[in-house]
Design a protein around this ligand. Structure first.
Ligand code: RB5
Length: 146
């Protein structure tokens, strides 16, 4: 499984620690985010990751800004993207099971390093439930996109 990670200027340190954690676990991770403390607009960080998912360069994505909110809103403007902003692992599990989410978002000002690792581990290891009602609801979301 190939993972993409992206971030704005507020989340460089947390991005690097999540990246290291995932690489130690053997994941193949592409870093699309900024590595600088210079201001970097989160819609750009979201778009590069969303496009990598759309063109199947990566399977799942991790997007981090200060709160996780701005980058999740921007991710969700892209067709086929189902991004969940959360600050605990239960939502990360349920959004994979119910929404087949392909990007998890959180805030560097909100979650600790340990919690961020917990969220990404849960997100990356939980499969979509494949339930009929969930597939129907996801199809309804994609009708809204059209
Ligand atoms: C950047 O200062 C900040 O606005 C951004 O990281 C994020 O929190 C927006 O939702």
């Amino acid at each position: 499984m190939k993972i993409g990670i992206s971030n704005d200027h507020s989340a460089v340190d947390l991005k690097n620690s999540v990246l290291k954690h995932l690489e130690e676990k053997g994941y193949d991770v592409i870093n699309f985010g900024t590595d600088s403390a210079e201001s970097f607009d989160y819609p750009l960080a979201a778009t590069v990751l969303a496009k990598a998912i759309q063109n199947k360069e990566v399977d799942l994505g991790i997007a981090i800004c200060g709160t996780g909110v701005g980058i999740s809103i921007a991710c969700n403007k892209h067709k086929g993207i189902r991004a969940c902003c959360c600050s605990e692992a239960t939502s990360a599990r349920l959004t994979r099971e119910h929404n087949d989410s392909n990007i998890i978002c959180f805030g560097a000002r909100i979650v600790s390093t340990e919690l961020a690792n917990d969220i990404v581990d849960t997100f990356l290891t939980t499969p979509f439930s494949n339930g009929e009602r969930h597939k129907r609801r996801i199809a309804m979301i994609h009708e809204i996109e059209e």
